[in-house]
Design a protein around this ligand. Structure first.
Ligand code: G6P
Ligand code: ZN
Length: 542
């Protein structure tokens, strides 16, 4: 039976950089999830009888909301839903399912790299038929709807058994529970030279992949250990846990420090990697060397032709604005397009659909290609493995040769988390007010060349996205960027992105923070970070 339930709107359901994210207790408020899901459906047209993919990263509250989403999809007229077994599907695998099965769209339950558990984070986002995050036009419509919604539709049928693969029916809608790994693993086999990687591993190449007790565990077990033959134990923390074992499933140098320490130690494997809560981020560390995400996208693009899926070359590269310019130099050398977008994978969708870009990357540990419409952690790992297997060089050699050929973009991000929102907004307003007076000013050796509030004109649909971050560009290619995170769930997070270009190979082995010290000081001088936030140092440096 389909029920129509009366509800009252919530005023705080504005989707952020990647969907709606709140603490679990917030989501557990009466009808909170239902209101948002109904607002998604109310913002879409012509999905009657069509397929909806529903996936989640397995975090606390995942199963409950999957049941709600299934029952609401049935009540709203979808013909079929496809759900990963156990309610689990990595974000890139969900994107692939949407594309492969011609779904109308998908609902992905995740708060990505944020912690999980009864008092931690949860999230819901909607992906469109190309497999990518809904563009702003749709997220704006969803938000507008959440503010006025007065009822939602739901089936009162019993819960579906999410653990049993197979086809069932719920109020006239087909429910298909699928193995979430199979289609994805098959796709990876078409892109990469599994034989070459297998041989390289058989020859003694050692891998440490940390799934961080999150969704990539089953994917990495199947692909890296079973299909590529890495010894058991190469994939660690491979059982997805609702609270990620009390850890932040964020593959960075803070939350994956154990892996970093191991990779810098005497007994380091040849290749270390990790992924985040929902499987779309990646961390790459070679023996004795961390590869920054900005460098990684540049190096993957420069070597992608070594993998069968990219043997015919790339059409273009896209990166988010705060991501370093390392990829730009690769694009220039390859003679292909380079696109600079606002933060958020959704901005790559049009470029990928139009064939303008093949590989995309973000400083926030996201890399991906046109094989899906999400960033893809395991894809990045496999492309690195493919390149390493073909070049038969260490990560360190590949990185240092790349710098020698292209120059090095020293890069770091300083995060100030849970800052008072008014203080953070005040800091950004103050920067905006300085934009016109900064150009021409000198700070020590650094002279400001230009300063702006980044705006993006989408070359495909001509949509404009304003206020995407303050850029202060210095002569010589250095820059500082300021923006407020769109993915946090408490207070504001100020991100300061610092970059310096160094063409001289004899200066490529400096320690990053000291190489950037003068820019870090100037960033504080211009923005008044310490004074305005009351913080003497960043909460996280990556
Ligand atoms: C998510 C998005 C990314 C984005 C990242 C950082 O992971 O999918 O596209 O780069 O969040 O966003 P933030 O607004 O927190 O800097
Ligand atoms: Zn993620």
């Amino acid at each position: 039976m389909i029920k129509t339930v009366t509800t009252t709107p919530y005023s705080d359901q504005k989707p952020g950089t990647s969907g709606l994210r709140k603490k679990v207790p917030h989501f557990q408020q009466k009808n909170y999830a239902e209101n948002f899901i109904q607002s998604i459906f109310d913002s879409l047209e012509d999905f009657e009888g069509k397929l909806l993919v529903i996936g989640g990263d397995g975090r606390y509250f995942n199963r409950e909301v999957i049941q709600i989403a299934i029952k609401m999809a049935a009540a709203n007229g979808f013909g079929r839903v496809m759900v990963g077994q156990g309610g689990i599907t990595s974000t890139p695998a969900a994107s692939h399912l949407i594309r492969k099965h011609g779904a109308f769209g998908g609902i992905i339950l995740s708060a990505s790299h944020n912690p999980g558990g009864p008092t931690e984070d949860f999230g819901i986002k909607y992906n469109i038929g190309n497999g990518g995050p809904a563009p702003e036009k749709i997220t704006d419509a969803i938000y507008a709807r959440t503010k006025v919604i007065d009822s939602y539709k739901i089936s009162d049928a019993d819960d579906i058994n999410l653990d049993q693969v197979g086809l069932t029916e719920l109020d006239g809608m087909q429910v298909e529970i699928v193995d979430p790994v199979a289609d994805y693993a098959e796709l990876m086999e078409t892109l990469f030279d599994f034989d070459a990687i297998r041989q390289h591993i058989a020859g003694g190449f050692r891998i440490a992949f940390d799934a961080m007790s999150a969704v990539t565990g089953p994917y990495a077990k199947e692909i890296i250990e079973r299909r590529l033959g890495a010894p058991e134990g190469s994939v660690r923390n491979f059982i997805p846990l609702p609270d990620f074992g009390h850890h932040h499933p964020d593959p960075n140098l803070v939350h994956a420090k154990h892996l970093y320490d191991e990779m810098m130690g005497p007994n380091a494997p040849d290749f270390g990697a990790a992924s985040d809560g929902d499987g779309d981020r990646n961390l790459i560390i070679g023996k004795g060397i961390f590869v920054t995400p900005s460098d990684s996208v540049a190096m993957l693009a420069a070597n992608a032709h070594l993998a069968p899926g990219y043997a015919s070359g790339l059409s273009g590269i896209a990166r988010s604005m705060p991501t370093s310019g390392a990829a730009d130099r690769v694009a220039e050398k390859l003679g292909i397009g380079i696109y600079e977008t606002p933060t958020g994978w959704k901005f790559f969708g049009n470029l990928l659909d139009e064939g303008l870009a093949t590989i995309c990357g973000e400083e926030s540990a996201g890399t991906g290609s046109n094989h899906v419409r999400e960033k893809d952690g395991l894809w990045a790992v496999l492309l690195w493995l493919n390149i390493l297997a073909v070049r038969k060089e260490s990560v360190k050699d590949i990185v240092t040769k790349h710098w020698a050929a292209f120059g090095r973009n020293y890069y770091s991000r300083h995060d100030y988390e849970e800052v008072d929102s008014d203080a953070a907004n005040g800091l950004m307003d103050n920067l905006r007010n300085q934009l016109s007076s900064l150009p021409g000013k000198s700070f020590g050796d650094l002279k400001v060349q230009a300063a702006d509030d980044f705006a993006y004109l989408d070359p495909v649909d001509q949509s404009v996205s304003k206020n995407q971050g303050i850029r202060i560009l210095f002569e010589g290619g250095s820059r500082v960027v300021f923006r407020l995170s769109g993915t946090g769930t408490s207070g504001a997070t100020l991100r300061v992105y610092i970059e310096r270009y160094e063409p001289d190979a004899s200066r490529h082995d400096l320690e990053t923070q000291s190489a950037l010290a003068d820019l870090i000081a100037v960033a504080d001088e211009i923005a008044g970070i310490k004074v305005r936030t009351g913080r003497s140092e960043p909460s996280v440096i990556t």
